[in-house]
Ligand binder design. Structure first.
Ligand code: 5RP
Length: 231
């Protein structure tokens, strides 16, 4: 049975909420799939679930407040029990590209202190090699735009400053995003590329999530598959 994209997002988003237990500190992802998890968690809280959550974006924060999920911050809670978040690409080792929703910086900070990072997606997000389906978002400081453009250009096939309503898209942290495309061959060595990107002055963070996801809940033909990161 083929589900429409919205049904698939709801299915995986709500399934992931089942992994959240009483007393947990929960990272709330960002995007149209995580939206369903946040709504479900709101329902569960209304029915007595006791959790505290840390959102990865202003949008998720607003949604969490609306559905009644109690919030805390990384200032008081530096370890997160479980984070549920979407992704733009998932490779066979559960390495990811994230950030088409623009929240990659906070998402990565939250992921790196999460004991469990559960990724929710439909099967179209699964790729053999990162960079073959989605561009790689790179968050940069606006002051360094031209420098970053010239340093990043040789590393990819093409790149573009992300725009919204004819203006540069501004992240929750006041930064720009450059979207790097790699063509049909994708990213040759994601680990190496991540290190190179992080070494460029002006680059704040990139959308490569290497070794951060612990499992993924993926919808395919109406069925759910749980994928675990290989050891
Ligand atoms: C936001 C993200 C999202 O998790 C990613 O873009 C997937 O979003 P969606 O569930 O809407 O497809 O990384 O920065």
């Amino acid at each position: 049975m083929t589900l429409d994209p919205e049904q698939a997002k709801k299915l995986v988003g709500e399934k992931a909420a089942e992994f959240v237990k009483d007393g947990m500190i929960v990272g709330l992802g960002t995007g149209s799939t995580a939206y369903y998890t946040i709504n479900k968690l709101g329902e569960m809280v209304a029915n007595g679930l006791n959790i505290k959550a840390i959102p990865t974006s202003k949008a998720s924060e607003e949604q969490a407040i609306k559905v009644g999920i109690p919030l805390v911050t990384l200032d008081t809670h530096t370890v997160i029990d479980i984070t549920i978040d979407g992704a733009d690409e998932i490779d066979p080792d559960l390495n990811l590209i994230k950030g088409l929703g623009g929240a990659l910086l906070r998402e990565k900070i939250v992921a790196c202190v999460s004991k469990q990072e559960i990724i929710i997606a439909d099967e179209r997000k699964i790729v053999k090699k990162l960079g073959t389906r989605s561009p790689l978002p790179v968050e940069i400081v606006p002051f360094g735009l031209e420098v970053c453009l010239s340093k990043l250009k040789p590393l990819c096939k093409d790149l573009a400053l992300r725009m919204r309503d004819s203006e540069p898209f501004i992240t929750d942290n006041g930064n720009y995003i450059l979207d790097l495309s790699f063509g049909e061959n994708g990213i040759e060595n994601a680990v190496e590329l991540e290190a190179i990107l992080n070494n460029i002055p002006g680059v704040v963070e990139n959308g490569l999530f290497i070794g951060l996801a612990t499992s993924a809940i993926v919808e395919s033909e109406g069925e759910l598959k749980i994928l675990k990161r290989p050891n």
